[in-house]
Ligand binder design. Structure first.
Ligand SMILES: *Cc1c(COP(=O)(O)O)cnc(C)c1O
Length: 373
């Protein structure tokens, strides 16, 4: 005990009434913000525009009545993990669940990152990868993607050779650019000593291919590939905060070392397990979003904007005739909120729109056309 007290710097405890300073490596951090503006059409956070199936809501309401709320939940989340494993054709020992995929990412960095161990990533990409690395004290080695946001395998090779990372992140389909990395590209990265290669597939169901296929086809050769998925996007369940990992059992055991006991509450475990009974309805929603995505893309092609193909439920575009921040404000005036990425490195001048319901997309396209006229 005395050792622990001695380890605290004297200035952190100098006065009983003043708060200690926050960890110096966190002081410069800004947290994670997405502008919340009161509008009628919210197309800024890549949620599903559709609620989950009514049958699921009814089944969940009924099942909640069976929960013994005075007891801790199943610490192993056995029923949920068993159902997820069956849905992917893998063993239950290959599934780890978290409070949103963000908690899964945090557990990965707690288990495999930390001071003295590097995380590699390729930007522009999901900003939370870098953010959670910093929170966990993990140094980051970053390389750029190409101008069309595809991986530059030469850059990847150079970054990995220099950094010798414990963990490498890919995001496929990539947020904010929308495009999936091909299975060939992912395999190529897997062959470059990436450490644990984490493929964040938050939008995986919208994409033509998945790193899960690689794991299925060559389990021994892809032991170091871990795939992260979430119920937040495709499954219309952002409010439930549930994500999961499909990986080698050794990786799952490592994450169990750092997850807090009982971190998955009983309601969430039920919600996730019951949702898997509605996979067909979820797939219909995915198909509907893809149809709308292509409709929006076709309209954007005729407007003064630069766009890129998307394998996700959003589109990135860069107005070429007007400042992106002015366009963003015009859209807000039309009660349409999109994500302003115009100041983010690597996507300067860009906006990102989530695919919504057909009538919401109409509102967006009308407001955008008006702004750019
Ligand atoms: C939205 C998103 C997530 C989802 O995080 P949750 O914590 O599961 O809601 C994860 N990764 C990427 C790339 C995302 O865009």
């Amino acid at each position: 005990m005395a050792d622990v007290v001695d380890a605290v710097p004297p200035d952190a405890t100098s006065s009983s009434s003043s708060l200690p300073a926050v960890r110096p490596d966190l002081a410069a951090l800004d947290g994670y913000h997405s502008a919340q503006v009161d509008v009628e059409v919210r197309l800024n956070t890549n949620e599903s525009p559709m609620p989950p199936p009514v049958g699921w809501q009814e089944a969940l309401s009924e099942a909640i009545g069976t929960i013994e709320f005075n007891r801790y939940p199943d610490r192993e989340a056995t029923a949920l993990r068993t159902a997820l494993a069956a849905s992917h054709g893998v063993g239950v020992d290959q599934i780890f669940c978290g409070n949103g995929s963000n908690e899964v990412l945090q557990c990965l960095l707690l288990a495999y990152g930390g001071p003295g161990r590097t995380a590699a990533l390729f930007e522009p990409t999901y900003t939370l990868h870098r953010h959670i690395a910093r929170i966990t004290g993990t140094p980051v080695a970053a390389g750029p993607r190409q101008d069309d946001f595809c991986l530059d395998l030469e850059v990847v090779g150079r970054v990995l050779a220099e950094a010798k990372p414990a963990i490498t992140f890919l995001c496929s389909p990539n947020n904010p650019s929308g495009r999936a990395d091909s299975t060939d590209e992912i395999l190529a990265v897997a062959g470059m000593d990436p450490g644990l290669l984490v493929v964040d597939e938050a939008y995986g169901q919208f994409a033509p291919s998945s790193a899960l296929d690689l794991r299925r086809n060559d389990p021994a050769g892809t032991r170091h590939i871990a795939v992260v998925r979430t119920f937040s996007k495709t499954w219309s369940m952002a409010g439930a905060r549930l994500g999961y990992l499909v990986a080698d059992p050794e990786v799952v055991r490592a994450l169990e070392l750092v997850a807090l006991p009982y971190h998955l509450d009983a309601v969430k475990q039920l919600a996730g397990r019951l949702a898997l009974d509605y996979a067909a309805q979820m797939n219909e929603r995915v198909a509907a979003v893809v149809v709308e995505r292509e409709r929006i893309a076709a309209v954007l092609a005729d407007l003064p904007v630069e766009t890129w193909p998307s394998d996700a439920n959003f589109l990135l575009f860069r107005p070429t005739s007007k400042d992106a921040r002015v366009v963003w404000a015009d859209l807000v005036s039309g009660s349409v909120l999109v994500r302003d990425c115009s100041q983010w490195p690597g996507v300067t001048g860009c906006l990102r729109v989530t695919v919504g319901l057909p009538e919401e997309n109409d509102r967006f396209l009308a407001a955008l056309t008006e702004s750019l006229r």
